[in-house]
Design a protein. Structure first.
Length: 338
């Protein structure tokens, strides 16, 4: 009992001492890692005068519930003046939030080019810092934030850096169909033939998405039309899946039609794929360009087999009625005729 009384008396004396020093002393003693939520609101709103008032009572590198610093919040909102003030007061520029993002990642993600520029010019900021293999340039390319990407490239960001899936910034720009970003990256010496984990190039990606303009830009930038992915598919195979006649035409023109019967690992040509998916107009285009009408795949299926199996009457009709050159073999037998 005497021990309890002694502890209580000591605690009372400590509390009296703290109270005599005012509210700030009490707050810092009992909540040493607590930061006033209001200061984050001030930064988010770009309120410099309020920030100046409250900063003296808070740790400049304290974290909010998302493990973001004040600098993260300023960067995400594009408040350059606030950023400059925080950095001048000793804010750390390389702190990562709970998702592994630095203030630079946040600025790039939100497309704030001036904020990116301000962070890079402050010094001590690694342009190619990765968050789970993703750099700020990946993020800017993925989000279509050209101003941020331009600033990053100006400050020597690695244009051919790859993420965990081995995708480069150019893969992301091609997937989005962002012509401005694609041209910017190519001008910065991005590799148009970089392959990701599935061996797909940006040209594969553009063909899959049906981005004709991107296909044109990539081919002009020396992208190879015949590169095969892990399934042996070229960009033309993917264009055939979608029935995208214009992309098929430009790919054939690039290869001077010599690539028309390129095969994937199942020995399928673009004609097989067009037949499987019922793209009768594309079938006619491919045949008019010299596609082998009776080419057989690894199951000895011709394009006609594929169209019949899938029940595509228009495709069957286009193949059976083709008469300008070799005709469809109506007696062709595959591996399992039953």
């Amino acid at each position: 009992m005497s021990f309890y009384r002694t502890r209580t008396e000591k605690n009372s004396r400590v509390l009296d001492l703290l109270m005599s020093q005012g509210e700030r002393a009490c707050r810092l003693f009992f909540y040493p890692y607590h930061t006033d939520v209001g200061i984050f609101d001030a930064v988010a709103k770009g309120n410099l005068s309020e920030l100046e008032k409250t900063l003296k009572d808070n740790d400049i590198n304290a974290l909010n519930s998302s493990s973001e610093t004040l600098l993260h919040v300023a960067a995400a909102n594009g408040h350059v003046t606030i950023m400059e003030y925080l950095i001048s007061k000793g804010a750390k520029v390389d702190v990562k939030d709970k998702n592994g993002r630095t203030p630079l990642h946040r600025a790039a993600e939100k497309g704030h080019g001036d904020a990116v520029k301000g962070l890079l010019r402050s010094g001590g900021m690694e342009t190619n810092l990765r968050n789970q293999f993703v750099t700020p340039l990946h993020i800017a390319s993925q989000r279509g934030n050209t101003d941020a990407a331009q600033q990053l490239l100006h400050h020597k960001a690695h244009v051919n850096v790859k993420d965990k899936q081995l995708k480069s910034p150019l893969h992301f720009a091609a997937e989005r169909g962002d012509r401005t970003m694609v041209e910017m990256l190519l001008n910065a010496k991005a590799d148009p033939n970089a392959q990701d984990k599935e061996k797909k190039t940006p040209l594969h990606t553009a063909a899959v998405r049906g981005h004709l303009g991107i296909v044109e830009v990539l081919l002009a930038g020396k992208a190879r039309f015949g590169v095969k992915d892990m399934d042996g598919c070229t960009p033309m195979h993917y264009a055939a899946i979608k029935g995208n006649i214009e992309i098929v035409k430009i790919l054939l023109a690039s290869g001077k039609n010599k690539n028309i019967d390129d095969r994937n690992i199942w020995r399928k040509t673009a004609l097989h794929i067009a037949a499987e998916h019922g793209h009768s107009d594309l079938i006619t285009v491919l045949l008019s360009r010299g596609a082998a009408i009776n080419a057989s795949d690894s199951s000895r299926d011709t394009a006609l087999h594929c169209a019949c199996k899938a029940g595509h009457w228009n495709a069957v009709n286009a193949l059976v009625n083709w008469s300008q050159g070799e005709r469809a073999n109506l007696l062709a037998v595959n591996v399992d005729p039953t």
